[in-house]
Design a protein around this ligand. Structure first.
Ligand code: TYD
Length: 214
């Protein structure tokens, strides 16, 4: 039987300070060591326009609705110019945040109605969903401690990172609720664990996806 090799779409999610970005280069290395071409990208961002929108949306005050629409504007560019072409070539795509972040941050965090976000999701990428979403889960207190540490080391926090703890608690709850509703797509990783332990879990999730893909 002939197997067609197709690209796989992996997204990484979690509240700020969950540590997901630390794992991106390592995960990309693991995927490439398995023999797959891989691109690592992020949202908002991933294209020149997307990166410009990122600067705006992470810094400028705006309504929650405008924020939601800008996330999807950046996302559509990203899908058209980067994600879909890569998947069509058979590459694997590793994306630091995607639409689950909009449901969690704009929906759970800011109260934008879930139905509105679902409508945008259907319009912008109803036909293109992640194959695997890794949710880096940490309690709000852990994320706050990590963000405080980053700030103490001189990193300027963005608009979302300076939100109150209650905001992050809502965002985390929204992520966990989504993961609970879609267990086939989500893998929850306890990101309070030491880096090496997290990597063992990540490697297992990649191996399972690769086995399903081949
Ligand atoms: P983040 O991914 O944490 O980048 P870094 O690791 O460089 O800090 O920053 C992106 C921020 O954008 C994060 O606070 C979550 C927010 N965001 C949303 O609110 N909605 C979205 O749809 C996306 C993609 C991100």
């Amino acid at each position: 039987m002939v197997h067609l090799r197709t690209g796989r779409f992996i997204t990484l999610e979690g509240i700020d300070g969950a540590g997901k970005s630390t794992h991106v280069p390592w995960l990309a290395g693991e995927i490439s060591a398995r023999g797959h071409a891989v691109i690592a990208t992020r949202e908002p961002g991933g294209t020149p326009l997307g990166e410009t929108l990122r600067e705006i949306v992470l810094r400028e005050p705006m309504s929650h609705e405008a924020e939601t629409l800008l996330m999807f504007a950046a996302r559509r560019e990203h899908l058209d110019r980067v994600i879909r072409p890569a998947l069509a070539r058979g590459d694997w795509v590793l994306c630091d945040r995607f639409t689950d972040a909009t449901f969690a941050y704009q929906g759970g965090g800011h109260g934008v109605p879930e139905q509105r976000i679902r409508e945008l999701e259907q319009w912008i990428h109803g036909d293109c969903q992640p194959d695997l979403t890794i949710l880096f889960d940490v309690p709000t207190e852990v994320s706050r401690t990590r963000l405080d540490l980053a700030q103490a080391k001189g990193r300027a926090l963005d608009k979302f990172e300076t939100e109150a703890d209650a905001f992050f608690t809502r965002v985390r709850a929204a992520y966990r609720a989504r993961a609970g509703r879609e267990p086939a797509r989500f893998r929850l990783v306890d990101s309070t664990r030491p880096l090496a332990d997290v990597r063992v879990a990540l490697a297992a999730h990649l191996a399972a996806l690769a086995a399903a893909a081949d």
